[in-house]
Design a protein around this ligand. Sequence first.
Ligand code: F6P
Length: 329
Amino acid sequence: MKRIGVLTSGGDAPGMNAAIRAVVRMAAYNDLEVWGIQHGYAGLIKNSMQPLSTRSVADIIHRGGTILRTARSEEFTREAGQLKAIEALKINEISSLIVIGGDGSFRGAMALVERGIQVVGIPATIDNDIPGTDYSIGFDTAVNNVVDAVNKIRDTATSHERVYVVEVMGRNSGHIALAAGLAGGAESILIPEGESSLTELCQRVIRGYQRGKAHSIIIVAEGYRPPGVEEIQSPGMYVGQFIREKTGFETRITILGHIQRGGTPTVMDRVLASKFGAKAVELLLAGQTAVMTAIQGNNIISVPFNEVFSGQQEVDLEGFRLAEILSRP
Ligand code: F6P
């Protein structure tokens, strides 16, 4: 193995650049050459790649997004696309690849593994929904972005004594909502993994005001669905309107959207990304394939893709209960 490829795939996550930097520099330290593949698997199919020198990754550790760009490739899900990808790797004499992305990106990578390419994954998604690792790159920054927004909303919520519903990202999971709710002192948190009755939520809001609370902040994960309701565009809008109708309180709704995914990565994400990037190169050197770097406790380890695909990334239900207790007026 002399030349390795690196790509970022799926939704971007702050810290991806720090991971690319670590891959390139750890590879150089071990006399390996790294080629950066543009636009994820879509770029791989088009043979869009170039060498990355140690200098080319200078001044990126603090930048959100990904210098390699990213994409979700429909073509790569089909065999014809996968064969083109293999061909591009062969032409450029790359037999080892580091994929920075979510578990969907790792599932895609299996098509390459089955055709003889050595692949190591680095978990990166703000959703933190990848089984096998306590944290994925980008989660900490996203949560900090949300808490920053909630702090600001809290000021105006108190002034007007309003209810604020804040919808946060998390397509199928409530990790962002939970951590931001606990850190931001939210009165209630609604997540896909929990069963929360909106009627009880309204009673809680009313009780809070009766006991002298100046405002209520409700954090709703975008993947949350009220019991018995499937088809809604925005759970935040739904919950806000529900509270307004049932309680009569002045209610405002904020959908934070992609603001959560941008900005300079936090220290935690930079450190994690640096460790994951270095570990990924070490795993390739050790001959491992179809594995992902992971953090469990304080240990940086590797987890086989098969365990990632069959596992569950449980939400912190203790944290959920704690947030509820601590926000009681
Ligand atoms: O997977 C990360 C994520 O930010 C989800 O939380 C969100 O549902 C989705 O990506 C949004 O995707 P897009 O950027 O394609 O709109």
